[in-house]
Write a protein that binds this ligand. Structure first.
Ligand code: FMN
Length: 251
């Protein structure tokens, strides 16, 4: 897929998405970052609480350590700007009666708001010819990332975005998606799965993994998804302990 031309219309940008994990090393300009901030500012918000805080990390030593804590994701260490989307209840704690323990409503609302802000930021970046990749949780490393960012009680880092100027050497074809009629249903749920379509999709994904330039592999979609399923109880416990320490009590 060739890179989106700067200023392309919204549908072209959305249809052209692919995660970018290789960057030229050039810094994103302040003007481009301001446009990304505008997109984040204007994102819809649960109950209009506006409880997302975005911490931008550019410090090389911090990025290197975050990359390790996220499971040795080298693109984090090499990006231009690393945006950490935090659920931040300190604003509500200052200006309303809200105090810990915080209920599930805030965790779900915060996750929704952070996800939407992150996606809007990525689209705003891609619309300017930039690129990046979402980074999920830090699992066991969450408490250390939180300490590094000096997050007080009521603030948790939910997801992050690695942004940079994409290296054109690493332009890839777009990752094939599941059959459309597995995704879109009319009026009610129905079971759309059939073995032949899965076989065809698995073969298509295997071809994609074998032929891509970066991080080649031999898995089918089913194999890749199966490999991602297990989580460890210690990682889950570390996250629960961290959430409790930050004031979230109801699980
Ligand atoms: C919530 C979330 C967390 C993700 N975490 C990571 C991550 O930690 N590392 C990574 O390389 N990609 C991560 N991704 C990117 C996905 O791997 C990517 O979107 C998916 O493979 C589809 O590829 P595409 O975006 O190029 O179409 C994440 C995506 C989402 C939505």
């Amino acid at each position: 897929m060739t890179l989106v031309q700067k200023g392309a219309d919204a549908l072209t940008v959305l249809r052209s998405h692919e995660s970018r994990r290789k960057f030229t090393g050039e810094k994103i300009s302040p003007e481009c970052m301001e446009a990304i901030h505008d997109a984040i500012m204007q994102t819809s918000s649960t109950c209009f609480f506006q409880f997302v805080t975005v911490i931008t990390v550019q410090d090389q030593a911090k990025l290197k350590r975050i990359a390790e804590l996220a499971g040795n994701q080298t693109h984090i260490a090499k990006c231009s700007h690393y945006l950490v989307f935090c659920l931040d209840l300190t604003k509500l704690m200052h200006f309303t009666e809200l105090k810990p323990p915080f209920g599930l409503k805030f965790l779900i609302g915060g996750l929704n708001d952070c996800s939407m802000c992150c996606q809007n930021a990525l689209v705003a970046a891609e619309a300017q010819g930039l690129g990046g990749v979402v980074v999920g949780g830090y699992k066991r490393g969450i408490a250390e990332v939180s300490q590094m960012l000096k997050l007080p009680q009521g603030v948790i880092p939910l997801l992050s975005l690695c942004l940079g100027v994409p290296d054109p050497e690493y332009e890839e074809e777009q990752k094939p998606r599941l059959p459309r009629h597995w995704i879109f249903m009319d009026e009610e749920f129905h079971d759309p799965y059939n073995a032949d379509e899965l076989k065809a999709y698995d073969a298509e994904m295997q071809r994609y993994y074998q032929n891509r330039r970066y991080n080649q592999g031999n898995d089918t979609w089913t194999q890749a998804a199966t490999a991602m399923l297990p989580g460890t109880a210690t990682a889950a416990q570390a996250i629960i302990d961290y959430l409790k320490a930050q004031g979230f009590e109801y699980f």
